[in-house]
Ligand binder design. Sequence first.
Ligand code: FMN
Length: 170
Amino acid sequence: MTLKKVKIDQLNFNPFTKIGKEWFLITAGDSIKNCNTMTASWGTMGVLWHKNIVTVYIRPQRYTKEFINQFTHFSLSFFDASHRKDLNYLGKVSGREKPDKITEANLQPIEIEQTISFKEANYIFIVKKLYHDQLEPDSFLFDDLTTKYYPEHDFHEVFVAEIEAVYTQE
Ligand SMILES: Cc1cc2nc3c(=O)[nH]c(=O)nc-3n(C[C@H](O)[C@H](O)[C@H](O)COP(=O)(O)O)c2cc1C
């Protein structure tokens, strides 16, 4: 299998199942030696400012956020079900305490365009950051969300990013 760049219009990709049920990795860095990744199951894809965009929601304590902050681009990588246990692992341990977490998850990082993804991914979105902010506690219209999701007040940071390239396996 090899990764092939495809046009976004040719994609057969259901964001609801891919993001919410199958999960993905958010990865940032400028080399295989200097990168970090984390599992995510929340995110949005759509159109804003006449651009194809993704939005990811990252809690401030994530080590991956330090890499996202540092670089212009990051990637979203999706996998088939055989990598579910790897995504589980990468969503439990932090690269801050376990710098080898990618190797331990048995995934092979690759340098691709301006960022890092994985040889085993079956969909890769290379994205460029456009907008960064933090969810504002006072802007929630219903308290049940803040009570349920933010007992530690670690409100997600939001990154809106333009999809610059998409790869699939052929
Ligand atoms: C299924 C699943 C989904 C997750 N989704 C998110 C998410 O959308 N945003 C987030 O900040 N953390 C999410 N996490 C938690 C991070 O993946 C986890 O804290 C990870 O260990 C962070 O690694 P890091 O500190 O090396 O960046 C999720 C974890 C799992 C298992």
